[in-house]
Ligand binder design. Structure first.
Ligand SMILES: [Zn+2]
Length: 277
């Protein structure tokens, strides 16, 4: 997805809450800081301020990915209306996935985010507007990440712990900001290039042939050709004995904030690679 411009919507609204006692006109005062993402304030339009989810998370079936063949399907750039189709497909297979959502899309489709979380899927941060974070000014990175953190917290009742950097591009500054927001950076091991190919059969074949135990598969639920591939992906990988889990579950829920996964990204503490990878 092409990065949207930041200018009009986000420009100049960054204020550090702990550093100021006087709030700019139109700035929303936030609840007391309980999380690093709370310490950054923004001019949040009313539409960005949804009500917390009432839905309780689905009971979690325990999975041990050291013993079971696990795969983490991840869906980027949504939510869009089609995301509900993906959620229904996952539900019929008792499957979970990870959705790396854009803050601006979550604002547009808050109920879809709530539904995804209530079904036991993981909701990760993929920036507000799909801006490229690598090499961007620190204030832009803070805004893109912090604003989305707050939106998702309000929708799901939980601070996201995962960030997928846009374009898979990261740098030292992003590492530091992720640590500040208690976010692990999540890349992938199976790239379908579904955003480019837009060929359902090709996408199915790539996922099914390349997936190993412990794979993290990148898909885009904003592409109808990808959504159409999901039933076959679920069927064929189920036949091969795979269990569909979230990214934290792949790592035994032991991801460390500020680290990058999978382990081959060179993060010293990211050594909890599942078997077979
Ligand atoms: Zn993306």
């Amino acid at each position: 997805m092409v990065a949207a411009t930041l200018g009009g919507t986000l420009g100049g609204a960054l204020v550090i809450a702990s550093a100021v006692g006087v709030f700019a006109p139109g700035t929303k005062k936030l609840a007391p800081a309980a999380h690093p993402s709370d310490t950054v304030m923004f001019n949040v339009p009313a539409a960005d301020n949804p009500r917390p989810s009432q839905a309780a998370p689905a009971p979690r079936q325990r999975v041990d990915c050291r013993r079971q063949k696990c795969v983490a399907l991840t869906f980027d750039d949504g939510p869009v209306l089609d995301t509900t189709k993906v959620l229904d497909m996952l539900k019929t297979k008792n499957a979970r996935a990870t959705f790396f959502v854009l803050g601006m899309q979550a604002t547009q489709y808050p109920d879809i985010v709530k539904k995804a979380a209530a079904q036991g899927n993981e909701i990760g941060n993929h920036t507000f507007s799909h801006a490229k974070l690598q090499g961007a000014p620190a204030a832009t990175v803070q805004t893109e990440i912090g604003r989305t953190q707050r939106i998702l917290k309000e929708l799901t009742g939980k601070w996201p712990t995962l960030l997928r950097p846009t374009y898979g591009s990261t740098d030292k500054q992003l590492d530091g900001i992720c640590k500040q927001h208690k976010l692990s950076q999540i890349l992938w091991t199976v790239d379908t290039v579904d955003w480019q190919d837009r060929d359902t059969k090709k996408i199915v074949d790539k996922v099914v042939t390349q997936t190993q135990p412990g794979s993290i598969v990148i898909l885009h639920d904003v592409k109808p050709t990808t959504v159409a591939a999901v039933p076959e992906i679920l069927n064929k990988l189920t036949q091969k004995g795979f269990t569909f889990v979230t990214v934290p579950e792949i790592y035994g829920n032991q991801l460390k904030p500020g680290e990058k996964y999978p382990a081959f990204l060179g993060s010293p503490q990211a050594g909890l690679a599942p078997p077979g990878t």
